[in-house]
Write a protein that binds this ligand. Structure first.
Ligand code: NOJ
Length: 565
């Protein structure tokens, strides 16, 4: 039996009474262009989200995280921001945004927005100015421009790879090159330039003043860079230790930026929050989660794990320890807009492995690449395991992130033709990577009707016919549906929420995990296929149809304290 004592907070029953609110929140991620389309142009929008405010309240989440809704040419699904302080006209107006904040706040739901500071869109006025102003100009100093190499500068300044495949440098008309760690349309900003730093502070204040409660920081580990010449090769970069001095990633000096942001966050009452998307060595995560830095960091270990008791237990133990090291709480994520949905990952006949035989970093990509054969996917098994994993996650100390549509048990859409694909990772890998469009397909609200109720103008990514079986309308009144189980679990989670501690309890089975929270809340997950005999009959919720005296295979049960005293 091991006890992870993360933070000694008093017992509580209602998260809204807890300060700070974010430590154990259930956060629902909305990918705005695929959530609900109010104006019928095929693209989700802010009025569409407002129209679903009651749905969100009934779901029982504590906060909504909005992926980018800013003006964007959509070279990377909105993560190419053309104006950090605006709303894409296709999605609405700033007044609509204010209405959304009001609609959510009045229902007790906090609002978190995405900030994308590593790169802007090439359509951003700054980048357009940089192109026009030419070499040596102050406008180019806001980005990372360099002369090329070779006799006429026709070769890139370095042989660096972009994270989306292909080279990381692009030549402009006058012969200079700019750095883009992601798509060509996403030039990296120059964080050594005080003007860039000041502008992001203005942006953080802009949204905080509009009532935004927190920020999700995109690629938080890459802002600052040491571009002292001569630039190292990609091979040299790969070989360098990630010890805070690496020229490109996870540099210690990025925390100077966040220390300044922290002052901004703390100047509000209540302080604004932030969560870092930081792909860094585990031991360095607490630097981002530290209260003087961003305050919390994403932990993606569960979305990389198989549906496996050993893996889940190690992930939980390691991450609670990490969170404790920073004084923050942990985050848990099973699905988001960048990965194959967890119902699908868990339903694949052949778990995917990397070259070393470990679980593949991004499960499901191989399956998508090979055409997404339905014979390889058992949707029922995947859905059953996904619900079991979700209930396991929702009981853990810390914040849980829920990605839109997972409450419906939605699966990844593989049937998207090349011509319909939008994700730059598909184009830049020349189709070798099928990309992330399959988890971004607009939601099915109704079993029939145009675009399954997403909107009257069709859907910007194709919805397959089988979406009808997952529609929200068909699940609402069914107590055994995925949606009903999410709702009930989220309601119970609020009522049961307690200290950020967890105690593992032996089960006598290697494929069954059981943990207890300080107020007696217990979660038992059977990762195996054999039923597990239960020693109590007072279950609060099952992820699968209950059976007398046992926990069926691939399912989770919750109990409250059975202490009558
Ligand atoms: C991480 C985001 O989650 C992803 O969607 C995006 O493509 C990259 N950052 C680049 O902004």
């Amino acid at each position: 039996m091991s006890i992870v004592d993360v933070q000694n907070t008093p017992n509580r029953r209602d998260i809204s009474e807890v300060s700070p609110w974010w430590r154990q929140a259930a956060v629902y991620q909305i990918y705005p262009r695929s959530f609900a389309d109010a104006n019928g142009d095929g693209l989700g929008d802010i009025p569409g989200i407002i129209s679903k405010a009651d749905y969100l309240a009934e779901l029982g989440i504590d906060a909504v995280w909005l992926s980018p809704f800013y003006p964007s040419a959509l070279a990377d699904g909105g993560y190419d921001v053309a104006d950090y302080r605006g709303v894409d006209p296709r999605l609405g107006t700033l007044a609509d945004f204010d209405d959304l904040v009001d609609a959510l706040h009045s229902r007790g739901i906090k609002v978190v927005v995405d900030i994308v500071p590593n790169h802007s869109s090439d359509q951003h006025v700054w980048f357009q100015e940089a192109l026009a102003a030419g070499r040596g100009s102050a406008a180019r100093e806001r980005y990372i421009f360099r002369e090329g190499t070779g006799p006429d500068g026709a070769q890139a300044p370095a042989d660096w790879d972009s994270s989306f495949g292909g080279p990381a440098w692009k030549r402009v008309e006058d012969g200079q090159w700019y750095l883009h760690n992601f798509a060509i349309e996403q030039p990296d900003l120059n964080w050594s330039n005080p003007e860039v730093r000041a502008d992001f502070v203005t942006t953080l204040r802009f949204w905080s003043d509009r009532g935004v409660d927190g920020f999700r920081i995109d690629v938080a580990h890459m802002l600052t860079k040491d571009l002292t010449e001569p630039l190292p090769s990609q091979a040299a970069l790969d070989a360098m230790p990630r010890d805070g001095q690496h020229p490109m990633v996870d540099r210690d000096d990025v925390h100077d930026v966040y220390a300044e942001w922290r002052k901004v966050f703390n100047s509000y009452d209540p302080p604004r929050t932030a969560v870092a998307e930081a792909w860094v060595d585990k031991g360095r995560v607490p630097l981002y989660a530290h209260p003087e830095s961003l305050g919390q960091a994403f932990n993606f270990d569960l979305l990389e794990a198989d549906f496996d008791a050993d893996q889940f237990r190690s992930v939980v133990t390691a991450n609670l320890e990490l969170a404790a090291a920073s004084g923050s709480s942990s985050t848990w994520v099973l699905s988001n807009h960048d990965v194959v949905r967890h119902a699908t990952r868990y339903g694949l006949a052949h778990p995917e492995r990397d070259a070393e035989g470990r679980p593949a970093l991004k499960h499901g990509l191989e399956w998508l690449r090979s055409g997404g054969a339905t014979s390889e996917l058992d949707r029922e098994v995947g859905g059953r395991r996904a619900l079991a994993a979700t209930l396991f996650m929702l009981g853990l100390p810390g914040s849980s992130y829920i990605y839109q549509g997972e409450e419906l048990g939605l699966h990844e859409v593989a049937e998207i033709s090349d011509a319909e694909r939008q994700d730059p990772t598909f184009f830049r890998s020349k189709g070798a990577d099928r990309g992330r469009d399959g988890c971004r397909v607009p939601l099915p609200w109704n079993a029939d009707g145009r675009a399954f109720g997403f909107g009257d103008g069709g859907s910007h990514l194709p919805q397959p016919p089988w979406f009808a079986g997952y529609a929200m309308s068909g699940q609402q009144g069914d107590p055994a549906s995925s949606l009903s189980i999410y709702r009930r679990a989220l309601e119970l989670r609020r009522a049961l929420q307690t200290d950020e501690k967890l105690q593992w309890i032996g089960t006598g089975r290697t494929d069954v995990l059981r943990y207890r929270r300080p107020n007696g809340w217990e979660v038992v997950t059977n990762f195996g296929s054999e039923p597990f005999a239960l020693d109590r009959d007072d279950a609060l919720i099952f992820s699968a149809a209950p059976r007398e005296g046992v926990l069926p295979g691939e399912s989770t049960v919750w109990f409250a304290s059975n202490d009558d005293s």
